[in-house]
Design a protein around this ligand. Structure first.
Ligand SMILES: CC(C)(COP(=O)(O)OP(=O)(O)OC[C@H]1O[C@@H](n2cnc3c(N)ncnc32)[C@H](O)[C@@H]1OP(=O)(O)O)[C@@H](O)C(=O)NCCC(=O)NCCS
Length: 364
């Protein structure tokens, strides 16, 4: 599972935890590990001086129309630019594109103010990495922003957001231009699986389609009955058993068994102990005022399909008194998805990260 959220109720901090988690997973042997993980993740590079072009302020001209970008040669159209951009017009364009999973970047939500705040909160000023594409008449047809972390040697592409007709003509150039700003070798963009253009752009540019993340949610009354007698909060004595189950199922993942059992930490962990030992555990966090985010659940392979998983989910609700449970599950966990669906969870989003080829074909 990962800390990523569907666009409708996205929490950028959680989302970024997911982004960074994918970066960490790539370095280790996490559930998302790719077959090509033997490829080395390039170390941090120094920012090339002058590699970021600073847009010049322009007067707002309303709507989505943008000042025609200035070209070094006056009559040479410059469809991709970082200059003379009307930022408010770009924000309006981004907000419009964020309203549908088929055109949205999954790192951002749908609310205009949150989108603005999230862009402002990026590690690199969004106005400095922003590049746009324009039509012959100067109309805005696309926009893209990038953020990077040199320590993780990874960047995250926000967008591209593009008019339907601009994807083929300008998508690769916009993506290539913005990724060349980031002094790192690995780039990621992220969208709902319904976003066909993003998927096609990834294919066109030779980016890898990673495993999709399915997000599930269920709101159900908290069962009134007593907690099952075999279920109790995990203690330090449970560490060897929880660690064995956890590491077998989620090798190298974002939280270790020690963290799951740390009473002062962020996770609450319950175990089911049938008298012969721990058969399964569930680890979760409170989410917002009325929800629970389920981070991990594992049942001993020899004890599956005996109702233990369902008991653990019920127990998480009973212990928190919360009706809503949310979680994310990787595409390859068909059994787990069937389990959640059998328990009445609804799939609320399916998102897919796309990763640049290594080494970065645009880096120079
Ligand atoms: C997912 C998991 C926790 C389910 O635990 P479990 O104790 O086997 O589940 P339950 O016995 O409570 O199953 C309840 C119902 O869910 C459905 N279900 C559970 N596992 C299923 C599977 N592998 N395939 C299809 N349906 C399944 C069934 O309808 C089942 O009822 P039934 O057995 O009467 O048909 C367990 O398979 C597991 O540990 N998997 C590996 C770790 C994992 O993937 N965790 C989730 C990560 S997001």
């Amino acid at each position: 599972m990962q800390l990523v959220r569907p666009a409708e109720h996205i929490d950028l901090e959680q989302c970024r935890a997911g982004m960074r988690q994918r970066a960490e997973d790539d370095r280790g042997s996490g559930p998302e590990r790719m077959a090509d993980d033997s490829e080395s993740v390039s170390g941090a590079h120094r920012l090339r001086p002058g590699s970021m072009s600073r847009p010049t302020p322009s007067a707002r001209n309303g709507g989505n129309s943008i000042d025609r970008p200035r070209s070094t040669r006056e009559h040479d159209p410059m469809p991709i630019t970082s200059r003379a951009i009307d930022h408010q017009a770009v924000l309006d364009f981004i907000v419009e594109q964020q309203q549908s999973p088929a055109t949205a970047c999954a790192y951002l939500g749908t609310d205009a103010e949150s989108i603005k705040d999230d862009l402002k909160g990026l590690d690199q000023p969004w106005t400095e990495t922003l590049h746009i594409s324009t039509a012959e008449d100067g109309r805005l047809t696309g926009a893209v922003v990038i953020e990077w972390d040199e320590e993780l040697a990874r960047s995250w592409v926000y967008g591209p957001w593009m008019e339907q007709d601009a994807w083929v003509a300008h998508g690769p150039a916009l993506l290539g231009t913005v990724t060349s700003l980031a002094p790192v070798g690995d780039h990621e963009m992220y969208a709902d699986v319904a976003h066909r253009e993003m998927a096609e752009l990834a294919t066109r540019c030779g980016w890898r389609h990673r495993e999709a993340n399915f997000e599930y949610s269920r709101t159900a009354p908290v069962p009134a009955n007593e907690l099952d007698l075999q279920i109790r909060p995990a203690t330090a004595e449970d560490l060897p058993r929880v660690r064995a189950l956890h590491e077998a199922e989620f090798p190298g993942t974002y939280a270790s068994a020690v963290e799951l059992l740390d009473r002062a930490g962020r996770y609450s962990t319950l175990v089911l102990d049938d008298g012969d030992g721990v058969r399964g555990y569930v680890a979760y966090q409170h989410q917002g005022r009325d929800g629970v985010y389920l981070d991990f659940i594992t049942v001993d392979p020899t004890a599956r399909r005996a109702g233990i998983g369902e008991l653990l989910i019920t127990a998480a609700q009973q212990c928190t008194g919360r009706q809503r449970i949310e979680l994310t599950v990787d595409e390859n966990r068909a059994g787990a998805r069937a389990f959640y669906e059998a328990l009445g969870f609804d799939q609320v989003a399916a998102t897919r990260p796309y990763r640049s080829p290594r080494p970065n074909m645009w880096a120079h």
